[in-house]
Write a new protein. Structure first.
Length: 603
């Protein structure tokens, strides 16, 4: 499947890439990316096939006062960061690019051998900055097996800083992948136009904030100048505010020349409510002196009085016949053991191969793959959303550790909740109730409600991939079929349109059902409020989710954990409690567990 993938570089966590205070040539750099960053803050872009990969950053005098002051100055070349050596100049494959007006209008193309790390490449002929926007970047011919070429700073996406063209087919702007590590190389004399300027923007958008109130947010700060910054004053104005709010921020350590940092600060939202409203920040002072005017940092916020608590939902596409699925499930389970917050888990036995557990609701949701030719197992999605740093709703298997799943779950948990969802059962009826954010109440919102089963044994329902040579030693102990959908309560397998009252509240009741299931350890009721858009896969987010325990296989009560069986003990999500009797620190806290098919209540 041809995709752009995000690769986090973990092996050199503390490595500083490069300091732009030490340029190779006599030119000065100008751009919006960090000159230095730890590798965990970077993402890599590419296609993992044999093809050209091109990346550009836009420089627009209409948006950036610094570029207005640079009118008439010459752009000499490009500074860019490359993940591997691309010695392809003789084949006219690797080199730097410049476009005018739009990305595909290339006006300069200089072929050069590129080395891993930072590269300064001068154009054969410089060009003069005028009124038109221009784009700077580079290209290489990517081959299978080499690292994805393009590198972006993932913690802050400067608008219009990440244009990518795979296979020389079409240019596409990515608004959530970060800021490409690309700079313009200018004459030394241009430095006076930005020797006392900086850029600032909110990094943690979108987030739920209250109107006309302070909120805690990350602030990305980039120093354009050769002078370290110790403190700065920002002017911030959220949409609807009649005047900017000024705030002075002292940096914990001076921000070096041309460097970047992220600080946590109290920021002020505007008065306009909505899921995507403008928030603008400019730097008004540097080191207590008036700053030169610079580009405003414009981002989006979700501003609402409906500040609901998010319960992320994890949905896995799996199959008994998938040899790689157990390992994804294994490391996902390890991540869930470490994760401290609430979550909902559902498994869809579809997406590539159906099996004993496949139901109508599993098959109905496969539209989110975007077509049969794209379906595969194992796969996973969080809140049915495109997370920051990703390019699609569906994610494939990652490196063999819990880390990528923990990172994705943390992002999903931080997404704004756009609804409140409650689920209850009185034995005869199941009631799902709650409230939708006011600005979404007029849209078509859907409700799905499932009965799911956890802790289904692999002895009765075998799973391929359990005996692979590279399988974890305790895979068979950990792995169970969890989150299997037994029944969907809605008339439509993909969910029913939700009827919402004028105040955004809703309440829907379903008759209870009895399903014997597959002999697992317990059953849960799961409810989610979500969008359905088969034409735009990015518009299928789960607004929020909830769950409750429905029943366990049988009931047996103990006063403490020592009365439990010597056999393996599982929680109500089917996860084994590892070595709880051998390690006093692992003794069971108060709660409900399953051992030998019996319910254990530890008081």
């Amino acid at each position: 499947m041809k995709t752009i993938r995000n690769i986090w570089q973990r092996s050199l966590v503390a490595l500083l890439l490069f300091h732009l205070a030490l340029p190779i040539f006599s030119q000065v750099p100008y751009g919006y990316a960090p000159a230095n960053a730890v590798t965990d803050d970077l993402s890599a872009l590419g296609g993992n096939i044999n093809q050209f990969v091109q990346g550009l950053t836009k420089f627009d005098p209409a948006q950036d006062p610094v570029l207005q002051r640079l009118k008439g100055k010459e752009v000499k070349g490009v500074r860019c960061y490359v993940r591997a050596d691309y010695k392809q100049a003789r084949q006219k494959r690797s080199g730097v690019l410049a476009s005018s007006g739009k990305p595909d209008n290339i006006v300069r193309q200089t072929y050069a051998d590129l080395s891993e790390g930072w590269n300064d490449v001068l154009f054969d002929e410089p060009f003069v900055i005028g009124d038109e926007p221009f784009y700077l970047g580079w290209q290489a011919y990517e081959t299978i097996g080499t690292p994805y070429p393009l590198v972006a700073y993932a913690k802050a996406t400067v608008p219009q800083s990440c244009f990518v063209n795979l296979g020389k087919k079409s240019w596409e702007e990515y608004t959530d992948r970060g800021t490409l590590l690309i700079f313009a190389l200018l004459d030394d004399e241009a430095a006076s136009s930005f020797d006392h300027a900086a850029y600032a923007q909110n990094t943690t958008h979108p987030q739920t904030v209250a109107p006309d109130q302070d909120f805690t947010g990350g602030l990305y700060i980039h120093n354009f100048s050769p002078t370290p910054i110790e403190n700065l004053e920002i002017a911030m104005q959220g949409e609807g505010a009649t005047a900017p709010t000024y705030k002075t921020i002292s940096l914990p350590t001076p921000l070096e020349a041309y460097g970047s940092t992220v600080v946590v600060a109290q920021l002020r939202a505007g008065t306009t409510e909505g899921t995507s409203v403008d928030w603008t920040c400019t730097v008004s002072k540097l080191n207590h002196s008036e700053a030169q005017s610079g580009r405003p940092g414009v981002t989006k916020l979700y501003v609402t009085v409906d500040n609901f608590q998010r319960t992320p939902i994890i949905e896995e596409f799996t199959s008994q016949r998938c040899v790689n699925c157990p390992q994804m499930a294994y490391f996902l389970e390890k991540a869930l053991e470490q994760y401290g917050g609430p979550y909902v888990y559902v498994a869809h036995h579809s997406g590539f191969q159906n099996d004993s557990f496949t139901c109508e609701a599993d098959k109905a949701i496969t539209y989110i793959f975007g077509g049969y030719e794209n379906e595969y197992n194992p796969a996973i999605m969080y809140n049915r959303a495109v997370l920051d740093g990703e390019n699609a709703v569906i994610q494939g298997i990652r490196d063999m550790s819990p880390t990528p799943y923990l990172e994705a779950l943390a992002k999903a948990a931080q997404m704004p909740a756009m609804a409140e969802v409650n689920i209850q059962s009185d034995g005869s009826n199941i009631t799902v109730s709650g409230r939708i954010a006011r600005d979404l109440a007029s849209q078509s919102i859907y409700l799905s409600c499932y009965l799911v089963e956890d802790g289904i044994s692999i002895e009765k329902y075998p799973q391929l991939g359990m005996d692979d040579d590279d399988a974890p030693d305790d895979l068979k102990d950990v792995f169970r079929h969890n989150g299997v959908i037994l029944h969907h309560f809605t008339d439509n397998a993909v969910g029913d349109v939700l009827s919402v009252n004028s105040d955004g509240t809703f309440s829907v009741s379903f008759a209870s059902v009895e399903k014997a299931g597959f002999g697992g350890s317990g059953q849960r009721l799961v409810a989610l409020v979500h969008k359905v858009n088969k034409n735009d896969l990015r518009d299928n987010q789960v607004l929020n989710a909830a769950q409750m325990t429905y029943k366990t296989s049988c009931i047996h009560q103990f006063e403490n954990e020592n009365q439990a069986s010597e056999a393996a003990v599982y929680d109500l999500n089917g996860r084994r409690i590892q070595n709880w009797r051998q390690n006093a620190e692992k003794s069971l806290p108060k709660g409900i567990y399953i051992a030998n098919g019996k319910k254990i209540v530890v008081k």
